[in-house]
Design a protein around this ligand. Structure first.
Ligand SMILES: Cc1ncc(COP(=O)(O)O)c(C=O)c1O
Length: 403
């Protein structure tokens, strides 16, 4: 039937050609049409058979989520059916998973040195739904056993390894074992490592989450997260919660993430190599008091990192001489790194917590958590290492301070 002008304007063109796109297309559509009512009924009955509405699922987002889950479980025959659900951010991956697994009255056991946003989410938002958070040192086996004895309502152990910014490692094998013994759900935020450097599912951990905003994208141009699980039983529960909370990822950010993943393993190899070389260089520098990097034997968790990670990554910290003034002087002098409150991008990013992320935190509390006045956090990029060494050296000398 030939359409009139106004009808022509509103109808989308159909592509009659069969040529397949080489790159994943971005499905910019909020809903999907059915060929017949029978097809619609079948998909409504079993949404895995097709697409309905983009808050429920979207072909671009689903393809990228599946790809990340495959990478997370790569080579792990014990993971039966790895699945991934992408979310609108790393934080929404965490809240979606918690609301999928826990209910009013349940408790979460975690560490005090999580990413600050996660701690705030747990203590200021999740707590309002009657899900309480208990903090303990997850490196202390006795302390964990005691807390679990004292709090029988703990249903989940949630942690990050390595942690931010001290790069403390938590033993994945131990936490997984204790979780299984006590029938607790175990969740790891694997953002710092990506599956290229660490695969928590290998140890029996139930869920892995990522802020895909960081290394997985790698180019700092999207905000998204992912929840990864190991079998179909858990998938439906998490998907139902995601769809009702509306924490779905949008296809554009999923597509940008997918583009970044193409070079993930190459980038991580270069982050490892530059992270180690810059740490070794700064460790010898006269204007640097201390370097914290998991690849240095001086790091207290060097051995544990060696056991459970396949590389030490690109995250490091160092303490510049001159305290707060030294830190601020360095930040103003550095040219090779960008002053930006994120991490995991291809270029080097630098943060001075005392004057940036922790500016409003009481100094005593900040120092008690290892965030000293002159501490600089570096997300070491994939630039030429000689440029990094030269650039850091120049900035350290330009602080105007003397050792
Ligand atoms: C370790 C870690 N987890 C989670 C998040 C939250 O991710 P997003 O900003 O994508 O919500 C961040 C953010 O910096 C992070 O560093």
């Amino acid at each position: 039937m030939a359409l009139r002008l106004n009808s022509l304007c509103v109808k989308d063109p159909k592509d009659p050609k069969t040529t397949k796109p080489h790159n994943l297309p971005i499905y910019a559509t909020s809903s999907f049409e059915f060929d017949s009512i029978e097809e619609g009924m079948e998909i409504f009955r079993d949404p895995s058979k097709g697409h309905i509405y983009a808050r429920f699922n979207n072909p671009t987002v689903d393809a990228v989520a599946h790809k990340i889950a495959q990478i997370e479980a790569y080579g792990l025959s014990e993971v039966e059916a790895p699945w991934g659900i992408m979310t609108s951010s790393g934080l929404s991956a965490i809240s979606t998973l918690i609301f999928s697994e826990l209910e009013h009255g349940d408790q979460i056991l975690t560490q005090g040195n999580l990413y600050g946003g996660t701690t705030e989410l747990l203590l200021k938002v999740i707590n309002k739904s009657g899900i309480e958070t208990i903090l303990t040192n997850l490196k202390d086996e006795q302390a964990i056993k005691q807390v679990l004895k004292d709090h029988p309502r703990i249903k989940m152990i949630y942690f990050e390894t390595p942690s931010n910014p001290a790069l403390d490692c938590i033993d994945l094998e131990f936490i997984s074992r204790i979780g299984k013994e006590r029938k607790l759900c175990t969740v790891v935020d694997n953002t710092f490592c990506t599956p290229i450097l660490q695969q928590p599912l290998q140890y029996g951990i139930d869920y892995v989450i990522h802020s895909t905003t960081k290394y997985i994208n790698g180019h700092g141009n999207s905000i998204s997260g992912i929840i990864i699980g190991r079998d179909d039983q858990t998938k439906h529960k998490v998907w139902s919660t995601m769809k009702l909370l509306g924490t779905n990822c949008n296809p554009w950010d999923a597509w940008l993430t997918s583009n970044g993943i193409k070079t993930l393993s190459l980038r991580m190899a270069q982050h490892n190599s530059n992270g180690l070389a810059l740490s070794q260089y700064l460790d010898q520098h006269p204007m640097v008091k201390k370097v914290t990097y998991l690849g240095l034997p001086s790091h207290p968790d060097h051995e544990l990192a060696r056991k459970q990670m396949k590389g030490y990554g690109g995250m490091m910290c160092f303490e510049v001489v001159g305290g707060y003034q030294g830190g601020v002087g360095f930040m103003n002098a550095i040219k090779i790194g960008t002053l930006a409150p994120t991490m995991g991008d291809v270029d080097t990013l630098i943060l001075h917590p005392a004057s940036m992320s922790h500016l409003n935190v009481d100094r005593d509390i900040r120092i008690a958590n290892g965030i000293t006045d002159g501490l600089i956090r570096v997300s070491v990029g994939i630039e030429d290492i000689e440029d990094l060494k030269e650039g850091f050296d120049r900035a350290l000398r330009d602080t105007g301070l003397h050792n």
